[in-house]
Design a protein around this ligand. Structure first.
Ligand SMILES: NC(=O)c1ccc[n+]([C@@H]2O[C@H](COP(=O)([O-])OP(=O)(O)OC[C@H]3O[C@@H](n4cnc5c(N)ncnc54)[C@H](O)[C@@H]3O)[C@@H](O)[C@H]2O)c1
Length: 260
């Protein structure tokens, strides 16, 4: 069966860049009427124009902004059948002694509160309208320990809230799933490399496939989970990580064989 979103409205938060933009492209190519929802309206408009969609300004951490976006989408296009929550910010790898609570709150506000708020408001509309599919972009950082003391817990929270809401709204035919990317080539990752928060060589050495993930590869997993092909799948977290999670324990044994 071919993935087909014809006549379906799909909202992508953070759709103006990186993984969100790739989701917009893949969903639009499969027939969806995409709504690019982002705090960067000019970039959102450009991505929307390139993919036959519309744009809406949105700050996912702000309740009034999310409510206004839900109302605007409903008025312009109707209740969406698909929501992808990709809006997010990365974090500097600081120890707790240096990580200010202000920075901790900033990351948690976008990545956890923002994802929950969009799920809660768009999901409630989907539940009232008879169903839909939500895919949250979590992270492998939310599946284990790392030097990201706000980002990691926020993403772990995204995985858990996906499970909670999957059980809550299953009876109303709203499916909820998460995708956890490994290191993925996007503007945010390039910035991390430029500021030396991330090192390209370490990221590829700790990946079974020996490479970074492409944003399009995340988008294809998202499209599958949002589609009818995944009609019995809800409450899961799917890592798309080029084999990062399976490679990491090998570091204690000298690394993957090809890296020795
Ligand atoms: N790139 C990676 O390696 C990687 C790995 C794991 C998870 N992720 C997750 O994937 C998602 C997308 O990341 P990316 O690498 O594509 O980043 P990106 O910076 O390229 O794109 C993020 C988008 O989110 C938007 N955004 C940020 N804060 C917002 C807010 N408050 N309201 C609305 N929009 C907002 C930005 O304007 C931008 O368009 C994030 O949730 C990130 O945590 C990325």
């Amino acid at each position: 069966m071919k993935i087909d979103f014809s006549d379906q409205v799909a909202v992508v938060t953070g759709g103006a860049s990186g993984i969100g933009e790739a989701c917009v492209q893949v969903l639009a190519a499969a027939g969806a009427r995409v709504v690019v929802a982002d705090r960067n309206l000019a970039a959102a408009q450009a991505v929307a124009a390139a993919n036959g969609g519309t744009a809406v300004a949105l700050d996912v951490g702000d309740e009034a902004s999310v409510d206004a976006a839900v109302a605007a989408v409903e008025a312009q296009c109707g209740v969406p059948r698909v929501l992808v929550n990709s809006a997010g910010v990365l974090q500097r790898t600081l120890p707790p002694e240096e990580l200010t609570l202000r920075e901790w709150d900033f990351v948690a506000r976008v990545d956890l509160r923002g994802t929950y708020l969009c799920c809660a408001r768009f999901g409630a509309a989907m539940a009232r309208a008879g169903g839909g599919a939500i895919v949250n972009i979590a992270s492998v950082a939310g599946m284990g320990s790392g030097p990201l003391h706000s980002y990691g817990p926020a993403k772990a929270g995204v995985i858990n809230l996906t499970e909670c809401l999957a059980a809550e709204w299953g009876p109303k035919k709203v499916r909820m799933n998460a995708v956890s990317p490994g290191f993925t080539r996007t503007p945010a990752l390039e910035k991390g490399v430029a500021t030396r928060t991330l090192a390209s060589q370490d990221m590829t050495a700790n990946s079974a496939l020996g490479r970074l993930v492409q944003a399009r590869e995340i988008a294809q997993a998202v499209a599958f989970l949002a589609s009818q092909q995944a009609s019995a799948i809800t409450g899961i977290n799917l890592p798309v990580d080029a084999g990062y999670l399976v490679a990491i324990p090998w570091a204690s044994y000298g690394g993957l064989r090809t890296c020795r």
